[in-house]
Design a protein around this ligand. Sequence first.
Ligand code: NAG
Length: 159
Amino acid sequence: MLTLTLATFVPVIIAILIPWLATPAHALPSLIKLTSYAPVAAECPSSGLTRDAIGLCSGEAEYRTNRSKVASQHLREWFTAVNKDMPEKDRFEIEKGVEMPVIGLASSGGGIGSMVNNAGLVQAWDNRDSSSVKSNMKGFYQSISYHAGTSTGAWLLGG
Ligand SMILES: *[C@@H]1O[C@H](CO)[C@@H](O)[C@H](O)[C@H]1NC(C)=O
């Protein structure tokens, strides 16, 4: 019969403890961050951790400028495509140069069912998807500037 005593675990404890003790102090917080949610002492950066909530930060503003050119064009194309069978009098044309809305999509959580549902939505909306999914929403996904998710909605996004 195998008897487990503290001595049984000494080699394991040493195998974990020696690399941990040998780690330089500056690398310790990131090492601990990978293995634990417990708070640890860490050096604060010399610059602030937050910024005033006045407008967008420069990187985000640049992304928005870049993205809006692409997203607006896709929204115009999608809107024109879904409206082509409408009678002329009901048609609403989006002219070039008109400022288009910034569209964000949020995928909810709710277990695997939610993730599959959200994935189906992306498949139906994404014009890069070559499946047989027929949808008037095909191409709308390219009009979106932000796609966020929570819980299983975030799994879909790889997060
Ligand atoms: C915006 O577009 C420019 C030019 O293509 C590119 O160099 C830059 O990295 C882009 N910035 C962002 C935040 O996407």
